[in-house]
Design a protein around this ligand. Structure first.
Ligand SMILES: CC(C)(COP(=O)(O)OP(=O)(O)OC[C@H]1O[C@@H](n2cnc3c(N)ncnc32)[C@H](O)[C@@H]1OP(=O)(O)O)[C@@H](O)C(=O)NCCC(=O)NCCS
Length: 201
């Protein structure tokens, strides 16, 4: 796809992505002006090689494609993860393609790993998926060599379902992924345990 050097604002007006606030984070739609920051943060092999679709190297045009797709596509709800001081940390979203189980995905810039941010963001997106998107179950995967992501999923209440091979774009080859599932019932129990009453009650 050929992209202009800047994204026209009208290109991004087709979809409404809510703004979600957590204790330390704000999850919001990625905007045209985030492209340079996203390109800088995502351009790291440690991110690309642990996700299915992120290319490496990751440039400004990749970031622009991501922003356009996040704001216009119908089969995925993607949030930029920012700190409350507006620092961009990464992205988290749910792919909800027709005929496929809903899939949670996330990445965080390496400088911010190890602070609980991915778990905090994932919990908020999971709540949104069950509360607002009508998902009945969420699926997710972590490379078997990626204990941090596995731990994020476990902290969010996911249960291990097995191992499957997936193609990783940046490696142009396949690798085994632990697969996880969280259904609505387990999610509701987990939220109760965390002491969060459902929104609106
Ligand atoms: C996976 C990723 C999102 C984690 O982000 P993060 O903000 O560091 O995650 P959190 O701090 O919320 O939680 C990480 C957990 O993993 C644990 N962990 C980290 N490295 C670990 C290791 N080598 N072995 C075991 N546990 C590890 C941490 O201790 C923490 O668990 P704890 O809270 O019980 O102590 C981040 O590493 C990343 O973006 N990786 C590349 C992309 C990716 O893997 N995406 C997920 C695939 S869809």
């Amino acid at each position: 796809m050929t992209l202009p050097n800047r994204i026209a604002p009208e290109t991004l007006r087709e979809k409404r992505i809510p703004l979600i606030q957590t204790e330390r984070l704000v999850l919001r739609a990625p905007r045209a002006e985030d492209a340079k920051t996203i390109a800088t943060l995502a351009n790291d092999r440690r991110i690309a090689e642990n996700t299915l679709r992120i290319p490496h190297p990751y440039g400004i045009k990749d970031a622009q494609c991501f922003i356009i797709s996040a704001n216009t596509g119908s089969d995925e709800t993607v949030f930029l993860i920012t700190r409350r001081d507006t620092t961009v940390l990464g992205a988290c979203g749910v792919a909800n393609r027709a005929g496929e189980p809903a899939e949670l995905g996330y990445w965080l810039a390496v400088a911010f790993w190890g602070n609980g941010y991915a778990t905090e963001a994932a919990r908020a997106v999971i709540d949104h998926a069950f509360d607002d998107l009508g998902c009945e179950a969420l699926h997710a995967g972590a490379r078997v060599t990626n204990p941090a992501s596995r731990r994020v999923l476990e902290k969010c209440g996911f249960e291990w379902t097995g191992v499957e091979l997936y193609r990783i774009r940046s490696l142009a080859s396949s690798a085994p992924f632990d697969r996880f599932r969280l259904d609505r019932r387990q999610w509701a129990l987990g939220r109760q345990r965390r002491g969060n009453a459902p929104r609106g009650s």
